[in-house]
Design a protein around this ligand. Structure first.
Ligand code: NDP
Length: 258
């Protein structure tokens, strides 16, 4: 392997992927495993993740599946302890778990607002805090948060104020943690996807008006594949991105150009 390729090699690293059982998270888990990492998937509903775990084991990597609710600090702490007990360390944390709702702002019930913030922002912070502590103790680690282009622009035509606000907060939290931890060996970055073909965008792609608007507003004229996000995450998680911290890597088919 030449020197440049070696920078992308994750052999011997241990990575946690939240929400790694399906959608973008699943592809991130598989991509990091192909790059050599052992993987822990932290998932609310562990059922659908078992085939992903098997695929990782078939590659010859270690994989563990941990039932985790990122909304609960105690669940996140227990998950972190289990990974540390099994592997002795955590090198990479990918905060991917997230939800979206499309309710007009003035009609948003309290529980819906709180529910979105609880997973997309609070849950992500609990994971950064619990895993970050261990990384700081070891003097090394990389965190990649999955934000969204919705953290920088307002989507059209669907209303999603809570989601947009939660993702903007993820971008700022990423910069804040990056600045606090840079001198102690821990890098923190985020990736902001545009529209990606997963369960989350299924309803929109089945709505003719939404789909037309989404594709018209995307210079590349299509939704992205989960793998196209996973590759950006791989870069940031690897030594190839050694000088990147606090950055927000947008991968959106050009959506935010217009
Ligand atoms: P999916 O709906 O396909 O997957 C979401 C994942 O999050 C699932 O694995 C789900 O687990 C997990 N999750 C939800 N709640 C919790 C919780 N409380 N604890 C642990 N895990 C939880 O979405 P995507 O793959 O599309 O999205 C992944 C990330 O990418 C999200 O953060 C999303 O906001 C972001 N994103 C997605 C875009 C898109 O177009 N798809 C665009 C921009 C950003 P379970 O199966 O157990 O419910």
């Amino acid at each position: 392997m030449n020197e440049s390729f070696q920078l992308f090699d994750l052999a011997g690293r241990v990575a946690i992927v939240t929400g790694g059982g399906r959608g973008i998270g699943r592809e991130i888990a598989l991509t990091l495993a192909r790059a050599g990492a052992d993987i822990a998937i932290a998932e609310l509903d562990i059922g659908p993740a078992s085939d992903c775990i098997q695929e990782i084991r078939d590659m010859g990597r270690e994989a563990m599946l941990i039932e985790t609710d990122v909304r609960q600090p105690s669940s996140v702490e227990a998950m972190t302890q289990q990974v540390a007990a099994r592997f002795g360390k955590v090198d990479i944390l990918i905060n991917n778990a997230g939800i979206a709702k499309n309710t007009p702002a003035e009609e948003t019930p309290d529980e819906e607002w709180l529910g979105i913030i609880d997973i997309n922002l609070n849950g992500l912070f609990w994971c950064c805090r619990a895993v970050g502590r261990r990384m700081l103790e070891n003097g090394s680690g990389v965190i990649v948060n999955i934000a969204s282009m919705s953290g920088s622009v307002v989507n059209k035509p669907q209303p999603q104020a809570a989601y947009n606000a939660s993702k903007a907060a993820v971008v700022m939290l990423t910069k804040s943690l990056a600045a606090e931890w840079a001198g102690r060996g821990v890098r923190v970055n985020c990736v902001s996807p545009g529209y990606i073909g997963t369960e989350m965008t299924k309803m929109g792609m089945n709505n003719e008006e939404w789909k037309r608007t989404w594709l018209e507003m995307t210079p590349l004229g299509r939704v992205g594949e989960p793998a196209e996000i996973a590759h950006a995450v791989w870069f940031l998680a690897s030594d190839a991105a050694a000088y990147a911290t606090g950055t927000n890597l947008t991968v959106d088919g050009g959506y935010t150009c217009w």
